[in-house]
Ligand binder design. Structure first.
Ligand code: 5AD
Ligand code: SF4
Length: 484
């Protein structure tokens, strides 16, 4: 495509607009497809490459649903594709660098197929600098849209094909909640269910409140209906999604209804397993903890990102809790939800993190006995408050801290697995294991990966397995009973 062939309607997203939080109520509207788009994709093939968190996984299912609704079919490789969408993540710089490399690689396919459109979607296009770079340098990219306007994909594709111009449509601000979106789910018995969008926490290192807008909760009846339909279609497990699911319902004007209420109502749908992510320690309330305790469908595992064990670092991160407050929540969880497994996220090398701050994090990890964690070196994100914080910690010190932390986390992972040795656990069977076709893999209620021998007819079922060996990253077992 040529440099100036660009349809520039909502060209530059701005963080200034994205940061605004208004009290105005969010409208819920139904997805409708203009019949003129119905056969737009006939004879054309698409690929979607998803990066980042579960919110992106869920968004990609919607993109696939919309594309198939307008006639596209799924391609098996880039050579076959007429449209390749990269659904991107902006949370760390290296995630973004991967995408720029991938665009370069995919652009070679345009030499043999000049009609191939490469689309950039997700969180990266919400950043002004990214849109600028695409305009100036990345001419292989023909379609750009953000997180707030996925439902408009048919219109953008229509414009891209008909006008042969580049289409760049990124809104700074979130809009309505769109219900009834078509979806092609990636899994046949486990499903993502969005319960809310956006984040109002504004942790100082994080770009998400700018890329995903203000917190908006879906209405309980819409979530319940979606889960009821999943149950009817044979689904066994749902994972409720939101950047901060513990804030679910806080934006309802007239309704007093929070995550704990939703868990109680979803339990009544008959779904076998409910998980939810991600939780913010400050907003995690007793009602939710009691729902985890009392409802058999709510799984005894919680991902509760702590980020740091130093009160000073937590303050500068704007996490709005102390190490002590975090530990109070952990202890409350352990007291009520017997045997709960807790995992977390930790950032090392936040600006000016001292040796003592880091030691405080290690102490907290020992005290909380995490059974797994995603650990990261802090990555500066332009436009976030922490990007201008002073930082005197050398990069190699940060790397050493990460290695040390990971050793401790891995030991916790292993201990978490070992406590199930010789026990009989319930397993939702996912499919053949990645390493060995003859072995089945699945997850226990505590979210432990387990491998065991069994017939493929068990895939999608919940069975009982006796744990025979505990490794660091997984369990091994023997089928105990086909039923629970
Ligand atoms: N640098 C490093 N890690 C980050 N995270 C979010 N923003 C950053 C950043 N700028 C991590 C946090 C969060 C997880 C999803 O990603 O730990 O919980
Ligand atoms: Fe980012 Fe904090 Fe919101 Fe999580 S809670 S998405 S870390 S701002």
């Amino acid at each position: 495509m040529k440099k100036d062939d660009t349809k520039l309607d909502h060209l530059f997203p701005t963080f200034k607009d994205a940061r605004k939080r208004t009290k105005s109520e969010v409208e819920n509207i139904e997805f409708e497809l203009d019949p003129k788009y119905l056969n737009l994709g006939n004879g054309k093939k698409y690929l979607i490459q998803t990066y980042g968190c579960q919110a992106n996984e869920a968004d990609s299912e919607v993109m696939a649903g919309i594309l198939e609704r307008i006639g596209f079919t799924k391609a098996s490789n880039p050579e076959d594709s007429d449209l390749i969408i990269l659904n991107t993540c902006a949370i760390r710089e290296n995630a973004e660098n991967r995408i720029w490399g991938e665009i370069g690689r995919l652009s070679h396919y345009q030499k043999t197929n000049p009609n191939l459109i490469i689309g950039l979607a997700g969180c990266m296009p919400q950043e002004p600098d990214v849109v600028e770079r695409i305009l100036k340098k990345q001419h292989a990219v023909g379609l750009v849209f953000g997180t707030h306007n996925i439902h408009k994909l048919p219109e953008y594709i229509y414009d891209a094909y008909l006008s042969k111009e580049r289409v760049i449509q990124v809104y700074s601000k979130e809009g309505e909640i769109i219900e009834n979106l078509p979806k092609i789910r990636n899994h046949q018995f486990k499903a993502w269910v969005n319960i809310m969008y956006g984040c109002d926490e504004f942790c100082t290192y994080c770009i998400v409140p700018y890329t995903r807008g203000k917190e908006r909760s879906r209405l309980p009846e819409d979530v319940i209906l979606e889960v009821e339909e999943l149950v009817k279609a044979g689904y066994q497990e749902v994972t409720l999604l939101g950047q901060n699911v513990n804030a679910y319902g806080k934006d309802f004007k007239e309704l007093d209804y929070t995550l704990g209420d939703l868990l109680n109502d979803l339990d009544k749908t008959g779904i076998s397993r409910i998980r939810f992510t991600t939780s913010h320690p400050r907003d995690l309330d007793l009602k939710t903890i009691l729902a985890m305790k009392e409802l058999k469908s709510v799984m005894p595992h919680l991902h509760l990102p702590v980020q740091s064990g130093s009160d000073e670092v937590l303050r500068r991160m704007n996490r709005r809790y102390t190490k002590e407050m975090y530990m109070e929540k952990v202890n409350l969880l352990k007291e009520h939800v017997k045997g709960i497994s807790i995992t977390t996220d930790i950032i090392v090398g936040f600006p000016n993190e001292s040796d003592q701050d880091f030691e405080d994090t290690l102490d907290l990890v020992r005290e909380a006995k995490f059974e797994g964690a995603y650990t990261f070196i802090y990555s500066k994100r332009k436009g976030t408050p922490a990007a201008i914080f002073e930082d005197d910690t050398p990069a190699d010190v940060k790397k050493k801290r990460l290695l040390k932390l990971n050793e401790l986390i891995n030991a916790g992972f292993k201990e978490g697995n070992q406590r199930f040795l010789d026990e009989v656990v319930e397993v939702l069977v996912d499919g053949p294991s990645e390493k060995d076709e003859a072995v089945l893999a699945g997850y226990t209620p505590h979210n432990k990966l387990i491998n065991f021998k069994g017939s493929k007819s068990l895939i999608g079922k919940i069975v009982k397995v006796k744990v025979t060996k505990a490794l660091t990253w997984s369990l091994q077992g023997k089928l105990y009973s086909n039923e629970i």
